[in-house]
Design a protein around this ligand. Structure first.
Ligand code: HEM
Length: 148
């Protein structure tokens, strides 16, 4: 069972990175209703992966790996949780923007997207990717018992 849970944790992590990269690439194309719909679909995938990561991660902490006490005393684990919360927090902005596009798309119109807003979205998505890089490094350190 613990192998399956670990597999799902990794799968969701790769899925989350793929969704972020897809959103970054799509946002650089010329903007259309089709592009907006695809970005919203990838953001839904991003949300689903984040949910699965937390669920599988919590199960691993509580039941399937080292004891919870190990993780609570691991600085890389706490760093990983902090970075995860930070990435989640900054991802609220793109998600809210993409959700707001829903009304225009439903009416068959192109959602509003200024050049400045597109730049902000690209910056935030890139920052999220850097945050995930840090999370992966922290994950390896905590798994190997390295203290920082
Ligand atoms: C974007 C978010 C996350 C990513 C990319 C990620 C990635 C990873 C990776 C790559 C590993 C394997 C490390 C290794 O074996 O070398 C791992 C292990 C693990 N992760 Fe995550 N993780 C994320 C979020 C979380 C969260 C939110 C939790 C807890 C609630 C969590 C708990 C764990 C645990 C317990 C392990 C097992 C470590 C061990 O073998 O002792 N992860 N994670």
């Amino acid at each position: 069972m613990h192998i399956f849970i670990a597999f799902l944790h990794h799968l969701a992590a790769f899925g989350l990175v793929s969704a972020l990269v897809a959103e970054l690439a799509l946002l650089q194309l010329s903007f259309s209703q089709e592009v907006a719909k695809k970005i919203r679909a990838f953001d839904a995938l991003y949300g689903a992966c984040a949910g699965l990561i937390v669920l599988m991660g919590a199960l691993r902490v509580m039941y399937f790996e080292k004891a919870p006490d190990y993780y609570l005393h691991s600085a890389p684990f706490l760093l990983k949780m902090g970075l995860f919360a930070l990435v989640g927090l900054i991802s609220l902005y793109p998600t809210i923007v993409f959700l707001k596009w829903g009304a225009s798309l439903k009416a068959g119109a192109l959602p509003p997207l200024s050049a400045g807003q597109r730049q902000n979205l690209l910056r935030i998505l890139a920052l999220e990717l850097f945050g995930v890089l840090g999370i992966i490094l922290a994950a390896v350190l905590m798994a190997k018992g390295v203290q920082i």
